[in-house]
Design a protein around this ligand. Structure first.
Ligand code: ANZ
Ligand code: ZN
Length: 825
């Protein structure tokens, strides 16, 4: 054909690829040592609609890596599935009055067809859906194993509540005080809920980040580090004198034990049980009224430094363990109940929040560090946090170094047994219960006699009950409770009447181990076959959005460590390398319905074809950067693909023709391109790979039209190289070119071109220009330069012209490309 028919090419190759079955990863060739394994993974989607531009981008980038690995001769496992439980699909289903299952599986089918059309090198034999019974069977099994290890437990506490989604949320799902999913402002509720004990792994989650340095984006590592929030300091015990004459010890956590001599009052989180426990009867009503107000606030506003301080005097005193002074104890919102111990020693001179509080309630301020050049906070109202000389601090007086002060205080506390050095983490346990229908049921039975009883393993999975219509809707308590036949069961332990747990699990539980299931998706003896995970794991390259920096990417690390400790896997980090792509925006703004600036992927594909859309996304920017659809041109991409395609029709030499003796200039361009692209691919500079491919196409076109001509074997070599490079980005065009070049499919397995190093060496030579036998200039010229061109260059050289001033050129002897001899006089 004379022109490139995008539609027909897509249809043709979709059918052929199905038959060719190119990308089913084979354990046998890895076991035999024939090929090295590579595990390429991209985050699986929620089935809450058809694929959109964001999916298209991440898949296009990810596929470059997977396909490059295949070309390099590796056995690549590149699976895909669906994160099919959860709020996005459930909310959408409810809106349409459909059952979440019907809606979810219909969308999965739609997305599956889109994926196939999109031509990603997925291994579909490993397809999984987390909402399938055969999958969530093992989510439940893992929950029970975690519980056996003390890593899943129930407790009552004030939890984050999304009033819109009508369910609790994990801390990680509260972003700036709002629900991560719907943006509604999050409030607090007292509830008994299930937790995973992530805190037990806090230190290891930090330590194991070292090898990820440079392989994961810095901002993800930083986000995780901050989220885990390790700090070093001390626990200090204060004896409280309560209103009824009794005493009680309260421990505070501080990062500045060295300021203990300046602790002039104590503050307890108003909403902590401790406040209500210790409050004097005369202050109890004031506290209760205050707590009602505090509950309405989120943590961010509570900790804000710029807001007026509020609090209630609890009417009790505490003894400062080093000064022996009686100091007042207050309740306030700026101390959080679930951080540290929920109580602080307030050092107003050296902590601004404490100072603001002291000023608001007329509490004493005492400077204990004299910071050179800083005003005394007692007068200035500005707390000082820097290094200085200790004053009013007993045995510390005269020291002038923070670290020494901290060490000395901890020694003092430990000696007197009123405290000790301590490490604190900001990380909280992961709240996993959800009051929603579309999730994995928690496999626990509650028996009045026996308490929590795990569902026996041979009775897993606990399958979701059949509910319909209004029963499915969120109502603040779990919809599963409506299925009374399902809820009421015999206790597996005593046989008495008991009830199933009616909450479902956070969907992030499902996605915390899916990458392991892919290794043996049909395995019936456990969540995965350890031998297969040993073969494929860990994931060599993970590609996806970074909005899950402290959610999925932290939870998966936690699961991996637990499974390692259970002896089921032999690695401790799930994702060896992580690439986070930017987002596709339009006209400078995030695509949204309200702005009406959405770009429909299907329409773009219909208009320009899959390859042009993919190429546009890869070419637009480095993977990490955002892509503004207003700045790119899929039309230009299509034009380029047509240019490339046309080359394949021009080649006249036979496949397999020896390239020896082919045009050296073009060969140099080809080999330099491959050499550079290999390096660019390793560094994920995929946009530059496309640019280099474009240059190679131009050079080849020029060689055909005005250079060595289409019959030169160097032209075939160049066009074959273009096809292989394009196979990473534009698979349809690449296949079509490969076929037109006389090869059997598939170009996906053609193999990466081997670079001839001798063609990479500098492609210039030095020409010497002599006048009367004296060297006057050295010129870098192409080895193929003509005698006439070299003579002209030599005579135009500034140094040569100076030497010739006032003289007449009598004779020029040119020996291209090395020598020009000028005789003048
Ligand atoms: C006395 C002190 C003096 C403090 C000083 C700071 C400066 P990070 O680094 O985030 O761990 N704190 C402890 N528990 C708290 C709670 N539940 N809610 C709010 N604040 C709390 O912070 C530790 C510091 O935050 C602790 O050290 C404590 O104040 C405060 F010049 O103790 B510090
Ligand atoms: Zn029982």
């Amino acid at each position: 054909p004379a022109s490139y028919d995008v539609e027909a090419t897509q249809a043709k190759w979709q059918e052929r690829w199905d038959k060719l079955d190119l990308f089913t990863a084979d354990e046998a060739v890895v076991r035999s040592g024939e090929r090295e394994k590579r595990y390429a993974l991209t985050m699986f989607p929620y089935p809450s609609g058809d694929l959109h531009m964001g999916h298209a981008e991440v898949m296009a980038l990810h596929d470059v890596i997977a396909r490059y690995w295949w070309q390099q001769g590796h056995e690549v496992m590149n699976p895909m599935g669906w994160d099919s439980f959860g709020l996005p699909a459930e909310n959408a289903a409810i809106k349409r009055n459909e059952h979440p299952a019907t809606y979810t599986y219909a969308n999965i089918e739609t997305q599956y067809q889109s994926f196939k059309k999109y031509g990603i090198s997925f291994d579909w034999s490993r397809r999984l859906h987390t909402s399938d019974e055969e999958y969530y069977h093992w989510t439940q099994w893992l929950f029970l194993k975690f519980r056996e290890r003390g890593l899943a437990y129930r407790k009552n506490s004030a939890v984050n509540w999304c009033p819109n989604d009508q369910t609790v949320l994990a801390n990680e799902q509260v972003v700036d005080g709002a629900c991560e999913r719907c943006g509604a402002e999050v409030t607090k509720r007292d509830l008994t809920q299930w937790y995973f004990k992530v805190t037990e792994y806090a230190q290891r989650l930090l330590d194991d980040m070292a090898p990820l340095e440079g392989r994961w984006p810095d901002r993800v590592l930083t986000a995780q580090r901050n989220w885990i929030g390790r700090s070093e300091g001390a626990h200090v015990d204060f004896d409280l004198n309560l209103a009824d004459g009794s005493t009680q010890t309260v421990t505070v956590y501080t990062t500045r034990p060295d300021t203990l001599f300046g602790a002039t009052f104590m503050v307890v989180a108003a909403d902590a049980a401790l406040a209500t426990e210790i409050v004097a009867p005369s202050q109890a009503d004031a506290l209760a009224a205050y707590v009602v107000e505090v509950r309405k606030e989120n943590d961010i506003s509570r900790l804000a430094t710029d807001k007026p301080k509020t609090g209630v005097d609890l009417g009790v005193t505490a003894v400062n363990p080093v000064t022996g002074e009686q100091i007042p104890v207050w309740a306030a919102d700026y101390v959080l109940a679930d951080y540290g111990t929920g109580a602080i020693m307030a050092v107003p001179a050296h902590d601004q929040r404490d100072l603001d509080f002291a000023r608001a309630f007329d509490l004493p301020v005492r400077r204990v560090i004299d910071v050179p050049g800083a005003e005394n906070p007692e007068e200035s109202g500005i707390a000082t946090a820097g290094n200085g000389v200790y004053v009013n601090s007993g045995s510390l007086d005269g020291l002038d170094d923070k670290a020494a002060g901290i060490r000395a205080t901890i020694d003092l506390l430990e000696e007197r047994k009123t405290g000790s050095g301590a490490v604190n983490f900001r990380l909280r346990d992961w709240l996993l219960s959800r009051q929603r229908f579309w999730g994995c049921p928690i496999p626990i039975i509650h028996c009045e006699k026996c308490g929590e009883v795990p569902v026996p393993e041979d009775q897993l999975p606990v399958v979701l009950p059949e509910l319909t219509g209004a029963e499915l809707k969120p109502k603040g308590t779990s919809p599963l409770a409506a299925a009374t036949d399902w809820v009421n069961v015999d206790c597996p332990s005593c046989g008495g009447p008991a009830k199933r747990d009616t909450d479902t699990m956070d969907t992030f539980v499902d996605s915390s181990w899916y990458f392991l299931r892919y290794c043996s998706p049909k395995f019936e003896g456990g969540p995965f076959d350890p031998a297969d995970v040993k073969l494929w794991g860990p994931v060599d390259q993970y590609v996806g959005g970074l909005e899950h920096a402290v959610l999925h990417l932290l939870y998966s690390r936690f699961f991996t460590k637990v499974l390692h400790d259970m002896g089921m896997i032999d690695f401790v980090e799930p994702f060896t390398a992580l690439l986070g792509q930017g987002v596709v925006i339009n006209e400078g703004k995030k695509m949204s319905k309200s702005l009406g600036n959405g770009v429909n992927l299907g329409e773009q594909i219909d208009k320009f074809g899959v390859d042009a859309v993919r190429l546009t996304l890869v070419f637009a920017s480095p993977p990490e950067d955002n892509i503004d659809w207003a700045d790119v041109s899929p039309e230009a991409s299509l034009k380029f693909l047509k240019r490339a395609w046309r080359l394949s029709g021009d080649v006249t030499s036979e496949p397999g023709t020896s390239v020896d003796g082919g045009d050296v200039a073009l060969r140099r361009v080809t080999h330099k391109t491959v050499h550079e692209c290999t390096d660019l691919l390793e560094r994920h500079r995929f946009n530059v790979v496309v640019a280099r491919t474009m240059e190679l196409v131009n050079a080849t076109r020029k060689a055909i039209d005005s250079g060595c001509g289409a019959a030169d074997p160097a032209v075939r070599e160049a066009v074959e190289t273009v096809a292989i490079l394009l196979s990473l980005v534009a698979p349809y065009t690449a296949e079509e070119m490969w076929e037109r070049l006389g090869h059997e499919p598939s170009v996906a397995k053609a193999g990466w071109p081997v670079v001839d190093e001798s063609l990479l060496v500098a492609d210039t030579v030095t020409a010497i220009v002599q006048i009367q036998g004296k060297v006057r200039a050295r010129l870098e010229v192409a080895p193929s330069i003509s005698e006439a061109d070299l003579e002209a260059l030599a005579l135009a050289d500034a140094g040569v012209q100076r030497a010739l001033e006032g003289k007449q050129v009598r004779k020029v002897i040119v020996k291209a490309p090395k020598l020009v001899n000028i005789v003048a006089g």
